[in-house]
Ligand binder design. Structure first.
Ligand code: 5GP
Ligand code: ZN
Length: 136
């Protein structure tokens, strides 16, 4: 299903032009308009899913292999030393476009720190684990 009000539906299905690096029946991979690093790409499913919780399982199974393919292509073509696969779900997690997308972010030697956090402590770890477990 497509969402007529969704910009990523329009881009993924070619109604709005984009810098496309890859396309198949299920996905379009485009360059991010506000790249965190040169070559930053977004994997967009052609169907509309708000986030990972809505994603069709068949489509979901194709995303990591595609991320690996794009990342490997970036290492060959752009000379990055590695790459991050990043995927945000919900505004609290930094999702700004509510159409599932996976970021593929090339990482260059000596480049800026990204996707990092300060390790903390959870004094109630057993309780926290039990809470999550009970909801699955
Ligand atoms: P999010 O924060 O939702 O995980 O990521 C959304 C990403 O989409 C951002 O990195 C933003 O720069 C990118 N973006 C937003 N609108 C457009 C657009 O119209 N075209 C392209 N190519 N990227 C977009
Ligand atoms: Zn959409």
């Amino acid at each position: 299903m497509k969402d007529t009000n969704c910009i990523f539906c329009k881009i993924a299905n070619g109604e709005i032009p984009s810098s496309t690096v890859y396309e198949d029946d299920d996905f379009r991979v485009i360059l991010d308009l506000g790249p965190a690093a040169k070559g930053h790409a977004l994997i967009l499913p052609k169907e509309h899913y708000k986030d990972v919780c809505e994603l069709d399982e068949t489509v979901a199974a194709k995303i990591l292999p595609l991320g690996a393919k794009i990342g490997a292509g970036m290492k060959k073509s752009l000379g990055c030393a590695g790459f991050n696969l990043v995927q945000n779900n919900g505004a609290a997690a930094g999702q700004t476009v509510l159409h599932f997308h996976m970021h593929v972010i090339p990482r260059y030697e000596g480049g800026p720190e990204m996707v990092t956090w300060t390790p903390g402590k959870d004094e109630e770890m057993a309780d926290t684990a039990a809470k999550i477990k009970s909801a699955l």
